[in-house]
Design a protein around this ligand. Structure first.
Ligand SMILES: *Cc1c(COP(=O)(O)O)cnc(C)c1O
Length: 452
């Protein structure tokens, strides 16, 4: 089959792994040449193949190679690429109108998305939702809401955090390369606390929660001053940082501490939210009810849409006209989001995320027993990672991750990497993937480890 014969993506796409050319194939190589002439050199991509169609659990490239997708476009096509309800609703909306600007002439789909998020997010308190285009933009606006409501300016984030690439969110992001290097000066009033990262906590995983919390407390009470802190922003499972699941109890202690001091807790669920971890939101695994919760990636199945959902009394404090954007809450993106939420409910995808997680954990632990480069396997639901180290140490092994990702790509499996030290392989398959494809992908992964 060639790309020209491919008419449609979506779940009807043949669910196979098939490599019919060398990788990358001739058409992808031709696009790479054009790209070199047209795009800035620093705008890079993980894979060397160019997409032609996607759906179910596969992505087909312009040369007709069919890859098993273990990345979902970085946790975006959680319900599958071109999922029928997403396509139908967005298409219907596009035929009515493409844009009016909600700030100029409002429309119903925006309100429907807000109502749905108010209903689905943790906590039974009165909530409000404002929509944006990207995760970064939404995190940045969550900070604006928190500052307006508290009258305070400081923002506390964590080691290994990723919150985006705009000036404020780049500042909040922990990792210098590639996100911050040469792009300063950064925004003021951003402070960083240690993350209770069990695998790398110096005095051992058992002490991570207590000791990280103590350092967090000292940072706020002794250094910044609690009455200066508007909010603490935290990913309930750190995404780019390497799928770090905070030590048990750490997030709850932070939340209790913040409540005592009038500091708002903002959960950045851009990567973890919308069913990815087997619950609607990863906060729920910890019994955490944040004051503000930020969603994006999986929210609209690939359309640019992001949201801040928060306590009504906080969200209502920002003054009229202070928050918004030309495209924020685009009607087609809102329609797509309604299709996503409907798909998760109708197809019981929270349960499916749990099943996929169980399967991936089993496979990766199995690989771990036979490969001393595996330092830790961790994650929740369909958000699982493996951290690779030099055998017998905890020294990050970035080379092994790069080799495995390349082997997988060359054998028809798309993976993603992550981690402050670049030594984490992360798995974020679409929830529409079949067990058969998932098992096949992990058999390729086993072979990849065997080549190390
Ligand atoms: C991806 C991501 C962001 C930034 O989202 P963009 O849409 O790329 O701006 C923010 N926070 C987390 C946790 C993310 O994973």
């Amino acid at each position: 089959m060639t790309a020209a014969e491919l008419t449609l993506g979506g779940p009807a796409l043949e669910q196979v792994r098939r490599v019919v050319t060398e990788i990358p194939g001739p058409r992808s190589r031709e696009l790479a040449r054009r790209r070199t002439d047209a795009l800035p050199a620093g705008l890079t991509s993980g894979a060397e193949i160019y997409a032609a169609a996607g759906g179910g659990g596969v992505l087909v490239d312009v040369d007709g190679n069919s890859f098993i997708d273990l990345g979902s476009g970085i946790a975006v096509t959680t319900v599958g690429n071109s999922a029928p309800r997403v396509v139908e609703r967005a298409t219907a909306q596009l035929q009515h109108f493409t844009h009016t600007c909600f700030l100029a002439t409002p429309y119903e789909p925006y309100i429907e998305v807000a109502e749905a998020l108010n209903r689905l997010t943790p906590g039974t308190h009165a909530k409000r939702t404002a929509l944006f285009n990207t995760g970064s933009e939404a995190v940045e606006n969550a900070v604006k809401y928190a500052r307006a409501a508290t009258g305070r300016s400081a923002v506390v984030t964590f080691d290994h955090a990723f919150h985006g690439r705009t000036l404020m969110t780049m500042t909040m992001t922990a990792k210098n390369q590639p996100y911050k290097h040469s792009f300063g000066p950064f925004a003021p009033e951003v402070y960083r606390a240690p993350m209770a990262y069990p695998y790398r906590w110096p005095s051992g995983a058992d002490r991570a929660a207590d000791e990280a919390f103590e350092q967090f407390r000292l940072l706020i009470d002794a250094q910044v001053g609690a009455d200066q802190v508007a909010c603490v922003v935290v990913e309930p499972i750190q995404g780019e940082g390497g799928f770090i699941v905070p030590a048990d109890g750490f997030l709850r202690r932070i939340a209790d501490f913040c409540r005592d001091r009038g500091i708002l807790v903002v959960a950045d669920e851009v990567q973890t939210g919308i069913g990815r971890t087997g619950a609607w939101f990863a906060c729920e695994h910890e019994g955490l009810v944040p004051d503000l919760i930020v969603t994006a990636k999986g929210l609209a199945g690939g359309f640019p849409l992001a949201a801040v959902t928060g306590r009504a009394e906080i969200m209502d404090r920002a003054h009229p006209g202070g928050i918004g954007g030309t495209y924020s809450g685009n009607p087609a993106a809102c329609a797509a989001a309604l299709g996503v939420l409907e798909t998760i409910e109708a197809e019981h995808l929270l349960e499916r995320a749990q099943e996929i997680g169980t399967l991936m954990l089993r496979e990766l632990r199995e690989i771990g027993t036979r490969n001393p480069v595996v330092g830790e396997v961790r994650g929740r639901g369909a958000m699982i990672a493996v951290e690779l180290v030099e055998p017998g140490t905890t020294t990050p092994n970035r080379e092994a991750v790069a080799k495995i990702a390349r082997y997988c790509q060359n054998h028809g499996v798309l993976t993603l990497t992550a981690g402050t030290f670049g030594n984490v392989l992360r798995f974020l398959p679409p929830l529409s993937i079949s067990d058969e494809l998932l098992a096949e992908a992990f058999s390729v992964l086993r072979d990849a480890f065997a080549t190390l």
